[in-house]
Design a binder for this molecule. Structure first.
Ligand code: ASP
Length: 352
């Protein structure tokens, strides 16, 4: 009997390398962006077409990822991320949700354009019930450029998604060795490879295929979220739009969005989400008409304080807390799938 087992184990080990038993399984979901872009020459680091290279070529360009995990690829989309609509966002979420539900998948990497990767990451952190690592990765230079940043970013993203220490950390963006939390990471430089920052700092850093952790997120995400992609039907979320604050504003943009069917408007205000005194009556009229006004700020750091600058309690407005306008837009759309109550929406903005 003992001999039979030994013979069986021996012949199995000849068929399957021992190392593949130990490795986690990571699926790379490709959606396009510069990381899959192509330029006319190797010196074109900023002039190129995004979303050209198929997922298999991305994976084959970095064979070292197979030492980190058993890596397979799925081409979910091939798009420049500025063109993502609710339809693509929901499609990515559903595909990733299906993957993380498979017991054979230990982690997911999503290759994405840098422009809106922060929105997709935040959305996934709110709607997918899992403790498996979901890592979004991008690049600032196309693979055809000198010193392309995509290959090392992809290597590090796979290392992160394959790491047992990343379990329960939620949805993250891996860029330029930094590990960032979906809720507070943002693209803050549009020309250099260190394009992503968080005002609260990175969660950690990834060096030579190993994550080093320094902080945790204090807010709700993934398994602790009250939103679930499985309860969202159709291809569109409740319509939310953003109006950018400045001096000498007109009320027309707010009114046009109301006419277009917006259910909430994010006011990306100056300073502490301030509203010009001649715009206040328009916003109060919209609120009375059932369009939720949410005060965010065009200032990248800090947070909007409730009832400072404007009497939010009196007006029934909501403040976006530290979420930037584009993140506030994502949370507002999800909130509106559940409630129209301003107090309840405000609770969500405190908690996520
Ligand atoms: N426009 C590109 C995109 O977001 C930029 C990039 O990926 O860096 O798809």
């Amino acid at each position: 009997m003992k001999k039979t087992f030994t013979t069986l184990a021996l012949s199995l080990s000849l068929l399957i390398p021992i190392s593949s038993f130990a490795k986690n399984n990571v699926v790379v979901v490709a959606t396009g962006g510069t990381i899959a872009g192509a330029g006319a020459s190797s010196t074109n680091s900023a002039t190129y077409t995004a979303a050209k290279v198929p997922v298999d070529d991305l994976l084959n360009a970095v064979p070292q990822i197979q030492n980190l995990a058993n890596v397979t690829g799925v081409q979910a989309l091939q798009i420049a991320s500025e063109s993502i609509t609710d339809k693509e966002l929901l499609s990515i979420a559903r595909q990733v949700n299906d993957l993380v539900k498979k017991p054979s998948v230990n982690g997911v990497v999503i290759t994405h354009g840098t422009d809106t990767v922060e929105e997709t990451a935040f959305f996934l952190s709110l709607v997918i019930k899992t403790d498996k690592p979901i890592v979004l990765v991008a690049s600032m230079r196309p693979p055809s450029a000198l010193s392309a940043d995509g290959p090392l970013n992809l290597y590090s993203a796979v290392a992160l998604a394959a790491s047992d220490s990343a379990k329960g950390k939620g949805v993250m963006i891996l860029m330029n060795d930094g590990i960032f939390a979906a809720r507070d990471v943002t693209k803050s430089i549009n020309i250099h490879t260190n394009a992503f920052t968080s005002q609260w700092g990175a969660l950690g850093t990834l060096v030579e295929g190993k994550p080093y952790w320094f902080r945790n997120v204090a807010k709700r995400f993934n398994n602790a979220s009250e939103f679930n992609i499985e309860n969202i039907k159709g291809d569109a979320l409740p319509l939310v739009q953003i109006v950018y604050g400045s001096t000498n504003m007109l009320p027309d943009a707010y009114l046009a969005y109301q006419k277009a069917g917006a259910k909430a408007i994010i006011h990306a205000g100056t300073g502490n989400g301030s509203v010009a005194k001649y715009i206040v009556p328009t916003l109060n009229q919209l609120q009375a008409d059932g369009v939720q006004i949410i005060r965010s700020s065009r200032v990248p750091h800090g947070f909007v304080l409730r009832n400072a600058e404007q009497p939010d309690d009196k007006y029934g407005w909501v403040v976006a807390h530290d979420l930037n306008p584009q993140k506030a837009k994502i949370l507002a759309a999800l909130a509106l799938t559940k409630t129209k109550d301003a107090k309840e929406i405000q609770r969500m903005f405190w908690e996520y």
